[in-house]
Design a protein around this ligand. Structure first.
Ligand SMILES: [Zn+2]
Length: 241
């Protein structure tokens, strides 16, 4: 049992007011941060999709380059065989001729492949450029939205700092046993440690407290917690104002 004076009940109620304000603003600012990070993840998602487009484009550009190189090597082979053909004897002639014919057919296949890759490369390049431009626009838009959010919540961040200072100032004037009990309950119940009892009803959990306990709360000579929700109870008569 912790003894308590009416003045201490006053301080507890003041501390609760500051705590409630602090928790309220903190929760609002948390939502603000969430809103900002949702915007940020939109940007990250877009960036990932863009990176995928870039790597697909790099692959098709490489395929184009390879096909072009292969055509050139094939042309070199045709040219070499044609030169050899001119000085070939009757035995080598048909072999070389067949080799040239085969490589010419191969050239057609390679050419078709190259054109297919080229077409794909050009279409991907177009999409990539459009998406890159969109990304620049989206980045500007999101940065500006985030800045707006920051500007709008600036006052709240200042208010939060003030309420935290106020809470600390009040806490310093409180008996350390009461303060540690207050902190324990507040932490366990999302920032609500001290509640009023009116007409035998706890305003924290809206359950009735036993009549004898109600009398004790009104007398307020020791710290009383709600038997249901564990919060510290006070009665309005106890307060000095
Ligand atoms: Zn209760």
């Amino acid at each position: 049992m912790i003894d308590i004076t009416k003045a201490e009940v006053d301080i507890l109620v003041q501390l609760q007011k500051a705590e409630t304000e602090t928790v309220h603003i903190e929760s609002f600012l948390n939502d603000v941060e969430k809103e900002k990070s949702i915007l940020e993840s939109k940007l990250t998602d877009f960036q990932s999709a863009l990176n995928k487009l870039k790597s697909d484009f790099d692959l098709i550009a490489k395929a184009c380059f390879d096909a072009e190189l292969e055509i050139k090597l094939n042309d070199d082979r045709i040219e070499k065989s044609s030169a050899n053909l001119k000085k070939a004897n009757s035995k080598d002639y048909p072999l070389l001729q067949r080799e040239i014919d085969n490589n010419k057919k191969r050239r057609e296949t390679l050419e078709n492949l190259y054109l297919k890759h080229l077409e794909e490369k050009e279409s991907q390049e177009k999409v990539l450029k459009e998406q890159e431009q969109l990304f620049v626009q989206l980045t500007q838009q999101i940065r500006s939205e985030q800045e707006n959010i920051d500007n709008k919540s600036l006052t709240d961040r200042e208010r939060l700092a003030e309420h935290r200072v106020k809470r600390e100032e009040i806490a310093r004037t409180l008996n350390k046993h009461l303060l540690s009990r207050f902190n324990e309950i507040s932490e366990a119940s999302g920032g609500l440690a001290v509640v009023e009892v009116r007409d035998e009803l706890c305003r924290g959990c809206f359950m009735n407290i036993p009549p004898q306990l109600y009398i004790e709360v009104r007398r307020s000579t020791y710290l009383i917690q709600c038997p249901h929700c564990n919060k510290i109870l006070y009665h309005i008569e106890t307060l000095s104002q």
